[in-house]
Design a protein around this ligand. Structure first.
Ligand code: DX5
Ligand code: ZN
Length: 218
């Protein structure tokens, strides 16, 4: 991968110091923001007011990963607020195309995410409505879990469609990305690597971002 992107996940940051934690990963391509509602996933994190404040605190494009039920109700507001990319879960809506169109109309890139057990084949036809495919490599809900290599087939399948010109899409992966797993994901054709604990658990988060990017490019 010539120009791998790294998206630190602030789920592993100190929520009381989000502006400083964003500054600590200056040079990152995207800042990944995990929105959880305690319904779609068994955890609760943050919502629109925090994203609105974060947008004022950093120039890094925000990559909002909505792990919420009824994403059509909320996703456009994240786009209107100024998020760069807004990703919804395929499992959370019966009408992903309508939500993607609303996100794009509100001015953001639209992403579709699939949980580890969700096959990609039923969604290949609708991926043209999206700008990003987020392949989950852990069960969504918590940081610090182990990477599930078995999801890489989904990244490979979509990479082929991108390389053949059938789709224009950023292939993103989320969960368990670290120095031991980033190369396998890169080899599968991933463009953008979300990393929470591997970045914010490091003594120097910006250096951790640079190292992951170099490893993904190797
Ligand atoms: C999990 C979140 C991830 C999480 C990744 O549901 O979507 O973005 O922060 O954390 P790590 O990199 O520690 O697996
Ligand atoms: Zn995430």
């Amino acid at each position: 991968m010539a120009h791998p992107m790294i998206a630190p996940s602030i789920l592993s940051a100190d929520f009381a110091r989000l502006a400083e934690e964003a500054a600590a990963v200056a040079g990152s391509d995207w800042l990944h923001v995990d929105v959880m509602d305690a319904h779609f996933v068994p955890n609760l994190t943050l919502g629109l007011p925090v994203v609105q404040s974060l947008l004022k605190a950093t120039d890094i494009p925000l990559d909002c990963h909505l792990m919420i039920e009824n994403p059509g109700r909320w996703a456009p507001a994240y786009a209107e607020a100024g998020a760069y990319n807004v990703t919804i879960h395929a499992e959370a809506t019966d009408d992903p195309i309508a939500v993607a169109r609303d996100i794009r109309a509100a001015g953001a890139k639209a992403g579709l995410s699939v949980k580890p057990g969700t096959p990609i084949e039923p969604y290949l036809e609708i991926l043209k409505e999206f700008d990003t495919l987020l392949v989950m490599s852990v069960e969504p809900g918590f940081g610090g879990q182990s990477f599930m290599a078995e999801v890489l087939g989904k990244a490979r399948a979509v990479r082929k469609l991108v390389d053949s010109g059938e789709l224009t899409l950023v292939v993103e992966i989320d969960g368990g990305i670290n120095a031991d797993t980033v190369e396998a994901a890169a080899e599968a054709g991933v463009d953008c690597f979300v990393a929470g604990s591997a970045v914010y658990g490091a003594a120097d988060p910006a250096e951790a971002v640079r190292k992951l990017r170099a490893q993904a490019a190797s």
